[in-house]
Design a protein around this ligand. Structure first.
Ligand SMILES: Cc1cc2nc3c(=O)[nH]c(=O)nc-3n(C[C@H](O)[C@H](O)[C@H](O)COP(=O)(O)OP(=O)(O)OC[C@H]3O[C@@H](n4cnc5c(N)ncnc54)[C@H](O)[C@@H]3O)c2cc1C
Length: 372
C-alpha cells in the first residue's frame, strides 16, 4: 500500500458501490487527490456470511457490458465506450478481478433499437451479423461480438483492494447530510456524491427524481454455457439474458420493474426466467445441441431439472433517475459537491467513463472553470 500523502487535495467520496469505488480509484490514481470513501455498505460486507443490504445495488448486478446509448446521447456513449476498453484491459491484465471477455449473441432490447442502429456497433470487437433466420421472433437485430462479464462479488473487493493499494481509505458510515462527509478527512472541502438511491433521502441533496427499478436474477451452475445471450421481452419491463461468469456459473434474468420496492422473490418470475432462458439456451442443462436456435421447446421436466442447479435467487434495485444520471457540481457554503449517481441498469458498463467525467468536473470546479 502507498502511504497516505498529505500533499494531495483531500476529497471524500460518499458511496462504495461500483460508481463510488471506480471514481475513488480514478481520483487517487492521479496522485493529486487523497481519497476517503464513506459507505453505509462497503465491499468488506462481501467477505463474511451473506448479509448484504438489498438497498445496495452493486452486489446484485448481472453484470454484463451491453451498451444502450442512441445517437443523441453523447455522454452515455462516451461512458460506455471508455468503460468497454477499460474493462477489456482489466480482464487481460488482472485475472483476479472477476472481469472476463465473453462472446455475446445480442438481439436488441428496446423500441429505440428498432428505430436506429446502436452506436456501439462501431467499436465492439469481433462483430459479426447473425443470420435473420436464427433470430428470436421479437428481435430488433442480431449480432455477435466480444462482450464483458463482471463477477460482481469478485470485482467490488478487487476495486476496494486497488484503491487501498494506491493509498486510498474506505470507512463505514451512514450520513444524514452530505456536509457531514467532511468530518472524515481533515481540511477537506470536496465531496463526490455517489450515494445512488441514497440521494433521495440524503440531507443537502434530497433528489426526488431518483427511483428504484427492481430486478430479479437466478444464479445457476451451468459449466457448458460460454455465450452471453440477450433478447427483448414481451413487454418493456422484461428481457431474457444469460450471462456466464466464466467460472461455471451463469446469471439468468430478468425484469425491470420501475418504482417497485418488493424485496422478496417472485416465484412466478423465477419460473418465467428459467423457461425463457432454456428456450434460448438448452445447454443450460447439459451439452445438448440447440434444435431451433433460440426457440427450443421447453418441457416442465426441463424447468425442474434446471431448478435443481439453482445456486441463488436475488432481488436488487437499480438506482434510476428521471432525466438520467446526475453529473454536475453544487456549491453549499464553502463545500464543493460533485454528483455522480443515477446510472440505473448500466452502472458497471459505464463506471470508468462516468468516473473520469466526475473527475473532470471536480478539476474544473477547483480551477474555477465549472458551470455553477
Ligand atoms: C438485477 C440487476 C442486474 C443488473 N445488471 C447490470 C448489468 O448487466 N450491467 C450493468 O452495467 N449494470 C447492471 N445493473 C445496474 C448496476 O448494478 C447499478 O447501476 C450499479 O450497481 C449502481 O452503482 P452505484 O455505486 O451507483 O450504487 P450502489 O451500488 O447502490 O452504491 C451506493 C452506495 O452509497 C451508499 N450510501 C447510500 N446512502 C448513503 C448514506 N446516507 N450514507 C452513506 N452511504 C450511503 C451505499 O451504502 C453504497 O455504498 C444491474 C442491477 C440489478 C439490480
Amino acid at each position: 500500500m502507498l502511504p497516505f500523502n498529505s500533499d494531495r487535495i483531500p476529497v471524500v467520496v460518499v458511496g462504495s458501490g461500483v460508481i463510488g469505488l471506480t471514481t475513488a480509484v480514478t481520483l487517487q490514481r492521479t496522485q493529486r487527490y487523497q481519497v476517503t470513501v464513506i459507505g453505509r455498505d462497503t465491499p468488506d460486507d462481501l467477505h463474511g456470511p451473506p448479509s448484504v443490504s438489498q438497498t445496495w445495488a452493486s452486489p446484485f448486478a448481472g453484470a454484463n457490458w451491453r451498451a444502450y446509448s442512441g445517437a443523441h446521447e453523447p455522454q452515455l456513449r462516451m461512458a460506455e465506450e471508455q468503460t468497454y476498453f477499460r474493462l477489456r484491459d482489466i480482464a487481460q491484465e488482472s485475472p483476479r478481478s472477476g472481469v472476463k471477455i465473453i462472446p455475446m449473441a445480442d438481439f436488441g432490447a428496446s423500441q429505440k433499437e428498432r428505430a436506429q442502429t446502436p452506436a456501439f456497433l462501431d467499436y465492439v470487437k469481433n462483430l459479426k451479423k447473425i443470420e435473420r433466420k436464427n433470430w428470436p421472433f421479437n428481435a430488433a437485430f442480431g449480432y455477435s461480438y466480444d462482450s464483458i462479464s463482471v463477477n460482481v462479488l469478485q470485482y467490488l473487493p478487487w476495486l476496494a483492494a486497488e484503491l487501498r493499494r494506491l493509498g486510498g481509505v474506505i470507512r463505514r458510515a451512514t450520513l444524514d447530510h452530505i456536509g457531514d462527509a467532511l468530518k472524515y478527512a481533515d481540511g477537506c472541502s470536496l465531496v463526490v456524491n455517489c450515494s445512488a438511491l441514497g440521494s433521495a433521502a440524503l440531507g443537502g441533496v434530497m433528489d426526488k427524481s431518483v427511483y428504484p427499478v427492481r430486478g430479479q436474477t437466478v444464479l445457476v451452475k451451468a459449466p457448458h454455457v460460454n455465450l452471453t445471450t440477450m433478447r427483448p421481452g414481451e413487454t418493456a419491463d422484461k428481457a431474457t439474458y444469460i450471462i456466464p461468469r466464466g467460472n461455471g456459473t451463469v446469471i439468468l434474468g430478468g425484469v425491470f420493474e420501475a418504482h417497485s420496492n418488493d424485496l422478496l422473490e417472485n416465484t412466478h418470475t423465477t419460473d418465467e426466467i428459467l423457461r425463457n432462458c432454456l428456450s434460448m439456451c438448452p445447454q443450460l442443462l447439459d451439452q445438448r445441441e440447440s434444435t431451433d436456435m433460440f426457440r427450443n421447446a421447453v418441457t416442465d421436466d426441463d424447468v425442474e431439472k434446471l431448478r435443481k442447479n439453482i445456486l441463488a435467487v436475488s432481488v436488487g434495485f437499480r438506482p434510476a433517475r428521471e432525466g438520467g444520471p446526475r453529473l454536475e457540481v453544487q456549491r453549499e457554503g464553502g463545500v464543493t459537491i460533485v454528483h455522480n449517481y443515477g446510472q440505473a441498469s448500466y452502472g458497471f458498463q459505464t463506471s470508468w467513463g462516468y468516473a473520469s467525467l466526475a473527475m473532470h468536473i471536480l478539476d474544473a470546479a477547483l480551477t474555477g472553470k465549472a458551470k455553477l
